[in-house]
Design a protein around this ligand. Structure first.
Ligand SMILES: Nc1ncnc2c1ncn2[C@@H]1O[C@H](COP(=O)(O)OP(=O)(O)OP(=O)(O)O)[C@@H](O)[C@H]1O
Ligand SMILES: [Mg+2]
Length: 254
């Protein structure tokens, strides 16, 4: 599986997998080129040609946790402006999809998971277009409910105006603290509001998840997880299995 971080230059995924300082050093020494921002540029095909066989392998890091990572890069800041200059909307929104088709598909990952910014900009639209299936982790709150509804509206609008083949595939209630009445109420609201797409299990709030991320690995690497962490892990796995079921028609098509 390949993770692609398009969610801002702060490089959250590189931090979670403990490779941020290594990557930052590469950035400082001008060695992190090409990178995720390069693949959005007009010149990318020419750059890739010059690199030769499998140009994307240079961009990908292993994490030690069964997934590879294409990390975020500060250059993503400039990509937004670059995309805004592309007149044709189809061309503007489909650059990343084209990159995946031409350069990542040959690497034969079974799943490509793209982390997107929490707001709607041209990079987000590129990610949505390329993904087709969208997963939205949401905290239990009014603000987050509004965000999830906005995402659903955006996806509907893109389907209509650009005939883009994409759908909201799974809404995952996250960081849920079932000890509070408010969280339980919100969970019910989300279950009603997103009845078609809600994940089978919610992810409990767990300090172990946060601590693991601070230490540069995920909660799956934790040796003696707390009960809550254990429940979070089994919820993650159950949701992943449900997700694979939901993806099946398109996977079989492909
Ligand atoms: N189930 C959980 N229990 C406790 N802490 C969590 C849980 N899930 C995530 N966190 C912590 O909450 C913080 C934010 O999580 P995360 O980075 O996944 O959110 P995000 O939606 O991607 O945020 P952003 O929109 O800023 O990118 C991180 O410190 C993470 O470790
Ligand atoms: Mg994030």
């Amino acid at each position: 599986m390949l993770l692609v971080d398009l969610a801002g230059k702060q490089g959250d995924l590189a931090q979670v997998f403990g490779i941020w300082s290594q990557y930052q050093q590469a950035i400082e020494e001008d060695e992190a080129w090409p990178n995720i921002s390069t693949v959005f540029q007009d010149e990318w095909p020419a750059i890739a040609d010059r690199i030769g066989k499998q140009p994307v392998e240079e961009l990908i890091y292993s994490t030690g946790e069964l997934v590879d990572l294409l990390p975020a890069h500060p250059g993503l800041d400039g990509v937004e402006a670059e995309l805004a200059r592309v007149d044709d909307p189809q061309e503007r929104y489909s650059r990343f999809a084209k990159f995946l088709d031409d350069y990542v598909d040959p690497l034969r990952y079974d799943i490509v998971l793209i982390d997107l910014p929490g707001h709607s900009d041209n990079i987000t639209y590129n990610g949505l277009w390329a993904a087709g299936n969208v997963i939205a982790p949401v905290e239990m709150g009014t603000f987050e409910e509004g965000q999830a509804q906005q995402l659903r509206t955006d996806i509907g609008a893109m389907r209509e105006t650009l005939s883009a083949d994409m759908e909201l595939t799974m809404v995952v209630p996250s960081m849920v603290d079932m000890r509070t009445r408010l969280a339980r109420e919100y969970l019910n609201t989300f279950q009603d509001e997103f009845s078609e797409t809600i994940a089978p299990r919610h992810i409990p709030k767990s300090q172990d998840i946060r601590t693991a991320a601070d230490r540069g690995h995920t909660v799956f690497r934790k040796d003696s997880p707390s009960d809550t962490a254990e429940r979070a892990r089994s919820a993650f796995i159950a949701n992943a299995e449900a997700l694979i079921e939901r993806l099946k028609p398109s996977v079989i098509q492909a």
